[in-house]
Design a protein. Structure first.
Lengths: 115, 111
């Protein structure tokens, strides 16, 4: 089954404790990205990756890191989480059509709370 | 990033009424995508438009891309309670490959 998986689905942590949210897709997609969703703000892109070892900042990259060492995986790293990073996070993947991205397939989401 | 403005933020309709959400940009877009997110769920792709003036239909849903490729709309005819959710538009940035989402329109349908 074609899918995007994220882990963990729920996480409560404390300020400053490094954490990683994993994302994996089985569709051989080139394009992967991370979004955060906050009430009234919609989906905001954090980072995206065009392919292995190619990443770029989205709208809200501060406080986040990513890596793309393999095509299927795109982990999101919070080196020193702060309460303002409490949010719902989505990973997504898609094919890339030269000048635009194709259908975004979203993972189920990770609800993060930073105390 | 490139701003994609979406209105209205909320819409409450009676079942059977029509619904429209609009997406606008100050710059020409290469594409526009529409997604639906049910409460507690993740966004699910509905459609993508890439051609100027393009109109596509999916049963009761009609999607349009403006002639100037700066605006788009999603129209639902005769809403049903299953249409409840938040509808997002999204477009790729002109200066890169970021994907910018509108803030979404939350649709509530009462029987």
């Amino acid at each position: 089954e074609a899918q995007v998986t994220q882990n963990p689905r729920y996480l409560i942590t404390v300020t400053g404790k490094k954490l990683t949210v994993t994302c994996s897709q089985n569709m051989n997609h080139e394009y992967m990205s991370w979004y955060r969703q906050d009430p009234g703000l919609g989906l905001r892109q954090i980072y995206y990756s065009m392919n292995v070892e190619v990443t770029d900042k989205g709208d809200v990259p501060e406080g986040y890191k990513v890596s793309r060492k393999e095509k299927r995986n795109f982990p999101l790293i919070l080196e020193s989480p702060s309460p303002n990073q409490t949010s719902l996070y989505f990973c997504a993947s898609s094919l890339f059509r030269g000048t635009y991205t194709d259908t975004q397939y979203f993972g189920p989401g990770t609800r993060l709370t930073v105390l | 990033g490139q701003q994609v403005m979406q209105i209205p933020q909320y819409q409450h309709v009676q079942e059977g009424e029509d619904f429209t959400t609009y997406c606008n940009s100050s710059t020409t877009l290469s594409n526009i995508q529409w997604y639906k997110q049910r409460p507690g769920g993740h966004p699910v792709f509905l459609i993508q438009l890439v051609k100027s003036g393009e109109v596509k239909k999916q049963k009761r849903l009609t999607f349009q891309f403006g002639e100037a490729k700066k605006n788009s709309s999603l129209h639902i005819t005769a809403t049903q309670t299953t249409d409840v959710g938040t509808y997002f538009c999204a477009a790729n940035s002109n200066s890169g490959y970021a994907l910018n989402f509108g803030k979404g329109t939350s649709l509530l349908v009462t029987p």
